[in-house]
Design a binder for this molecule. Structure first.
Ligand SMILES: C[S@@+](CC[C@H](N)C(=O)[O-])C[C@H]1O[C@@H](n2cnc3c(N)ncnc32)[C@H](O)[C@@H]1O
Length: 275
């Protein structure tokens, strides 16, 4: 792999391991979002599709079913650990026409033979998003389609905001969610997404809200809050006392979101399409 930003590669090297560990939970939670993205890409049998920031491959697999054995579904990612898992899962499902490449999607020369590009939460991390989306445009045949899901703001995603606020009094420094920088909420502002895509040469851009209230158990909600979110790196380096305090505070703060042991943890996203 060449041209990868060292910071992001290092970030995803660590975060990718967490996504590997929690793959089953994350895939169950976000499966409706993969479906929505692939539906919107309007894939047809025999087409070639690229899944950007494919992670463990859930969206690539969804796309592979749509394009069928005559088609091609390629997943690209910078995390070696996630790609290893994706390849193993493709082998287990004996899916034809699926491949995975270790590539920085901002700079990698993908060729120009894709009919569509899809992504579930894999396109908000580019250090230079205009360059990245211009590069991705070059991977498409003329008239090719783009469809991706990204997060709306933390204020619409209680699972992101509530644990962080609950933990804040115990932390020396509270991580901030940035809206105009590479990161999970980097595409929360639809005007920013629109201008990045337009500047990168995309046309017929549409952005609509997508809400997914897939239910999770209280334990899963805690796992998402403490293991998958920004508290993970802090708590990994914290002593047992701090970990217990944060866990207790987060548990109390999340309790109102749970009824009969089940939480409706809305995933508030943007569903974006372009040509
Ligand atoms: C939030 S995860 C989503 C993974 C997967 N799409 C899913 O929904 O399960 C973001 C993914 O984007 C990948 N990623 C981040 N920057 C990238 C880049 N420049 N090129 C390729 N992949 C990248 C990360 O390694 C990670 O797997």
């Amino acid at each position: 792999m060449s041209g990868v930003t060292t910071d992001m590669a290092a970030y995803w090297d660590r975060a990718g391991r967490v996504w590997v560990e929690q793959q089953a939970l994350l895939d169950r939670l976000y499966q409706p979002i993969a479906k929505a993205v692939v539906d919107r890409a309007d894939l047809r049998a025999g087409e070639a599709v690229l899944d950007v920031g494919c992670g463990a491959g859930a969206t690539t697999f969804e796309a592979a079913w749509r394009v069928g054995p005559e088609g091609r579904a390629v997943g690209a990612d910078i995390s070696g650990a996630l790609l290893e898992l994706a390849r193993r899962r493709a082998g287990e499902q004996a899916l034809e026409g699926v491949e995975f490449v270790h590539a920085d999607a901002q700079t990698h020369a993908f060729g120009q033979d894709f009919d569509a590009i899809v992504s579930r939460f894999g396109v908000m991390f580019f250090p230079d998003p205009v360059a990245a989306f211009a590069n991705l445009r070059r991977a498409l045949k003329p008239g090719g389609r783009l469809a991706f899901a990204c997060w709306r703001g933390p204020e619409d995603n209680a699972i992101a905001q509530v644990p962080l606020e609950a933990a804040a009094p115990f932390l020396p420094e509270v991580p901030k969610f940035e809206r105009n920088a590479p990161g999970r909420f980097g595409f929360a502002d639809p005007e920013r997404v629109l201008s990045i895509l337009a500047e990168a040469g995309w046309r017929d851009i549409t952005i609509e809200a997508l809400d997914d209230p897939t239910p999770v158990s209280f334990e899963e909600l805690l796992t998402m809050s403490l293991r998958v979110g920004p508290l993970n790196p802090i708590l990994s380096n914290a002593d047992e006392t701090l970990r217990a305090r944060v866990r207790e505070a987060v548990t109390a703060a999340l309790s109102p979101y749970v009824k009969d042991g089940v939480a409706q943890m809305n995933s508030a996203c943007w569903l974006v399409t372009a040509r």
